[in-house]
Design a protein around this ligand. Structure first.
Ligand code: ATP
Length: 328
């Protein structure tokens, strides 16, 4: 049994995601509830290296549950990739009297945490926050649901103009090497085709499918392209290729970009962030360490950081079948 946790540090790291503020709020208020001190670090690991910290209490997190972004800000830290940078971070945590850390971020953040824990022995718990949803051990990561809603709203608008002008739109969405955003937003927005890295549709099949749609009487179409998809890697080249091969189509491209990270978190993300973060603090106070909290089948669970990093969160391939049936 490690030493009793009296002071918990919290930070947000990697790409920001809507709902991170709700997670910070829940960490801080759960600490207050259990009479445990809480300190926030700015800009993820970089703030830990620079010693940029702030004491937080229940009132420090008022009125943030509804805000996108993260009040602690986020960063990708090159310094933390070095032993020297991590040693400086450890010195700062010791100086601040921090006994344990809660890391809100994606897999890179957890990988950094794992190395840090091995080298310096700080107990830590990861809270998954990334719009990409590419984390094993949880059905949902904080921010994914909000990003999906943002994408669907944007595609709805694009559809209005696509159908007014009989156009084919390629809409590129985020997700890095995972197709969660593309697949689910594609179904939600009624896309004709969805291109994701997990399933290589191939150019020929894409052309066939678009031709079939046209013959079936569709005058406008939406193709959702995940940024990590192999044939959609360059969505502009893909659109050019389709224009050359299917000259009847007036093809356009929209890259949704960073609007997908912003905005007020959905209720789902706020509740998810709250549940995960309460659990994260309770696990630390219970003497647990090096775990990631997650939600599986609506239950809050935890797995080792090791498992979270080794496992792969797979998409539900049945959704591809659903999409194919519904785009008839
Ligand atoms: P997102 O999924 O939104 O990109 P992320 O947490 O995966 O979020 P990364 O930039 O991959 O974002 O990781 C966040 C930070 O974690 C990095 O900038 C780096 O400081 C640290 N980190 C990542 N991998 C390691 C590692 N192997 N060793 C030490 N630190 C690491």
């Amino acid at each position: 049994m490690g030493k009793k946790v009296r002071r918990i540090g919290v930070m947000t790291s990697g790409g920001d995601s809507p709902g991170m503020n709700a997670a910070i709020r829940a960490v801080v208020r759960t600490c207050a509830y259990y009479h445990t001190e809480c300190v926030g670090y700015y800009r993820g690991y970089q703030g830990m290296i620079n010693g940029e910290s702030v004491n937080m209490n229940a009132r420090s997190v008022r009125n943030i549950i509804n805000q996108g972004g993260t009040i602690l800000q986020s960063a990708r830290s090159k310094g933390f990739l070095t032993e020297e940078g991590r040693a400086r971070a450890a010195e700062n945590l010791k100086r601040d009297g921090v006994d344990a850390m809660i890391l809100i971020g994606g897999d890179g953040t957890f990988r950094g945490g794992q190395v840090f824990s091995k080298e310096h022995g700080f107990p830590l718990i990861g809270v998954p926050g990334t719009i990409d949803n590419d984390i094993y051990g949880t059905n949902y990561a904080i921010g994914y649901d909000t990003a999906l809603n943002t994408v669907v709203e944007a595609i709805d608008k694009i559809r209005d103009t696509a159908s007014s002008h009989n156009r084919l739109f390629f809409v590129e969405v985020m997700g890095r090497d995972a197709g969660f955003i593309a697949l689910n937003s594609g179904i939600g927005a009624g896309a004709e085709e969805i291109l994701i890295p997990e399933e290589n549709l191939g150019l020929e099949r894409l052309l066939d499918s678009l031709e079939r749609s046209r013959r079936a009487g569709k005058t406008s179409s939406i193709v959702v392209v995940s940024e990590g998809d192999k044939i959609g890697k360059n969505v502009f080249e893909l659109a050019d290729y389709v224009k050359k091969n299917l000259p009847n189509y007036d093809a356009r491209v929209t890259v949704l970009g960073h609007i997908q990270r912003g905005g007020r978190p959905s209720c789902f993300d706020r509740v998810l962030a709250s549940r995960l973060s309460v659990k994260a603090v309770e696990l630390l106070l219970d003497g647990k360490k090096d775990l990631m909290v997650g939600m599986l089948n609506n239950e809050i669970v935890s797995c080792s950081l090791d498992q979270a990093l080794k496992g792969k969160h797979n998409i539900n391939k049945d959704l591809l079948r659903i999409s194919e049936i519904l785009s008839t």
